[in-house]
Ligand binder design. Structure first.
Ligand code: CTP
Ligand code: CA
Length: 226
């Protein structure tokens, strides 16, 4: 039974998981980031490991220790996340992007700490590359899973993202739901496919979300070639 305790249904599979926030430095002591705790991604990585997969976990700065039994790559910026994920994804069967990638970085980060000035300042930001979309452009037989947090029109927006990025599905959550998403141990997500079909999963632990995600993703995997 997939996901049952002890099931090794991901044996022989390579899985890449991204987790946590990215940091986009404005100068050596200041950055733009977000409150992602990394818990969802770590849960996916650990669940995949426990089902026999060979796992690479690429994570931004979070307070969680390295899980045993998998490869952990610690990065800070979206550009570094991109390099590490694309590298690890080369021979991967499944990539799960839970990382809360900053959409922008400083166009010209300062090498020195910027002193404050009187009055307002403007910061020139430039867009970061979309890692999931890049993976989707050369998808091959890899299964791609994304996460999205939306405040409104969630299913519609998540389906559009799955389509645009060529992901197999996206797990959608809302920041407004009490006890879910950022920082918590539980999550309530809706699975959204590129064609707009969707199913709301009950409120459950992030570990249980991870288990269900992997079971769904495993259905999309091609058969193992001996
Ligand atoms: N993602 C990514 N690279 C980025 C931004 C997002 O790989 N530069 C991935 C995330 O890890 C997530 C999925 O894309 O799995 C959806 O992220 P989201 O921020 O919701 O998508 P965006 O395209 O950035 O849309 P928005 O304008 O709503 O932020
Ligand atoms: Ca975004």
């Amino acid at each position: 039974l997939p996901g049952a305790p002890g099931a090794q249904d991901l044996a022989g599979r390579r899985v890449v998981v991204s987790a946590g926030p990215t940091r986009e430095y404005l100068d050596p002591v200041r950055f733009i980031s977000n409150p992602s705790s990394g818990k969802m991604g770590f849960a996916v990585a650990e669940a995949a490991r426990d089902r026999g997969a060979q796992v690479t976990l690429v994570t931004g700065p979070v307070s969680l220790p390295d899980p045993a039994g998998l490869r952990v790559v610690r990065i800070e910026s979206a550009l570094d996340l991109r390099s590490a994920v694309l590298q690890a994804a080369q021979d991967a069967d499944l990539v799960v992007m839970t990382a809360a990638v900053a959409d922008y970085r400083a166009a010209a980060p300062s090498g020195e700490k910027q002193a404050k000035v009187a009055g307002d300042v403007k910061v020139h930001l430039t867009p970061n590359p979309d890692i999931l979309a890049e993976l989707g452009q050369a998808k091959g037989r890899r299964v791609l899973v994304g996460f999205a947090m939306e405040t409104h029109a969630g299913v519609e927006r998540a389906a559009q993202k799955a389509q645009r990025k060529n992901a197999d599905f996206i797990l959608l959550n809302y920041p407004t739901q009490a006890g879910t998403a950022f920082g918590g141990d539980d999550n309530q997500v809706t699975l959204v496919r590129p064609d707009g079909t969707h199913e709301a999963w009950p409120h459950m632990s992030k570990r249980e979300v991870a288990t269900r995600l992997l079971t769904e993703a495993a259905r999309h995997l091609p058969p193992l070639t001996p």
